[in-house]
Design a protein around this ligand. Structure first.
Ligand SMILES: Nc1ncnc2c1ncn2[C@@H]1O[C@H](COP(=O)(O)OP(=O)(O)OP(=O)(O)O)[C@@H](O)[C@H]1O
Ligand SMILES: Cc1ncsc1CCO
Ligand SMILES: [Mg+2]
Length: 274
């Protein structure tokens, strides 16, 4: 099924409108291209609605907010909701500041999101639980482990129900939850958290996958996570062979997403459903 979802991205090449942070915007544009979709980064409030309303999906990332981009985000999300375009929200740094939490609260009260995708500390904060977020990074104490997996899956299924959105949580163990069903993904490598923006890239990738698969949002979000995880495994191996560090790894990760095919995905992914 994930192979078909990937194939749809390549065949349909959806336009993905991203309003993201300037730290990782180039990586987000490149990962969208790498998977076969077509990115446009546009954050002027004057044009946000025009672009969002004709996109296959919209990616909203609150990593580095300012008054102007928040205004553009409101325009883009409202237009996407009006046009039936799925919106992926990355609540970067949720729990780190009142400004981020207030902005998220405004979003959740006014709009509908297809997927809310972030690291575990961010999604604990979104769900109103105690969060140990370290700025934009997940706190070690919040990690999903084999011991707390059952409890976390239940929490994120419930959060999915209350947000009316798929909840996609990244870390060593990824959880992609709807109210009834969750995919658990155990691919990837800790080196992924030593490169900035792998989560931002995963959100952009999730938007690309949703943009080509409007009728299967849960599966599209899980497939995006599986592709990123398998790419992380491949990149780790390549980096090791080259004796490289995090810089090499970043390039290998992009390569692995661009070269991903059905067979590699099928053979590499470690996914379970609960
Ligand atoms: N310890 C780990 N082991 C395996 N994979 C990991 C690990 N940590 C992160 N990943 C993978 O890295 C990607 C990004 O996840 P992470 O939780 O670091 O996102 P993030 O905190 O939102 O990143 P950022 O905000 O820096 O862009 C996901 O594909 C995730 O599966
Ligand atoms: C480092 C950083 N700071 C704000 S956004 C961002 C990119 C990773 O989320
Ligand atoms: Mg993040």
């Amino acid at each position: 099924m994930f192979e078909q979802i990937l194939d749809n991205v390549r065949q349909r090449a959806p336009l993905i409108h991203c309003i993201t942070n300037y730290i990782t915007t180039n990586d987000c544009a490149n990962i969208v291209l790498a998977c076969g979709a077509s990115p446009t980064m546009a954050e002027a409030e004057q044009e946000a609605a025009d672009i969002a309303s004709v996109a296959g999906a919209v990616d909203i990332n609150i990593g580095n907010l300012n008054t102007m981009t928040v205004r553009a985000m409101h325009r883009a999300i409202a237009a996407a909701n009006q046009a039936g375009v799925p919106v992926v929200l990355d609540p970067v740094g949720a729990g780190a500041s009142a400004y981020r939490m207030d902005t998220l609260r405004e979003f959740f009260s006014a709009y509908q999101f297809a997927v809310v995708r972030g690291n575990v500390s961010e999604l604990l904060a979104v769900g109103g639980a105690a969060s140990n977020t370290k700025g934009v990074d997940a706190g070690a104490a919040d990690a999903v482990t084999e011991e707390n997996l059952e409890e976390r899956v239940a929490f994120f299924k419930q959060l999915s129900a209350s947000l009316g959105a798929v909840v996609s949580v990244s870390g060593a163990i990824d959880i992609i939850a709807s109210p009834e069903r969750a995919y658990i993904c155990r691919n990837g490598h800790p080196m992924m958290s030593r490169v900035t923006g792998t989560g931002c890239m995963l959100s952009a990738l999730t938007a690309a996958f949703c943009g080509a698969n409007h009728d299967q949002i849960l599966e599209a979000a899980a497939a995006a996570t599986a592709v990123m995880g398998v790419a992380g495994d491949i990149a780790r191996k390549k980096t090791e062979e080259m004796g490289g560090g995090t810089g090499t790894f970043r390039v290998c990760l992009m390569d692995a997403v661009s070269l991903m095919d059905a067979q590699t995905l099928q053979g590499g992914m470690n996914i379970e459903i609960r």
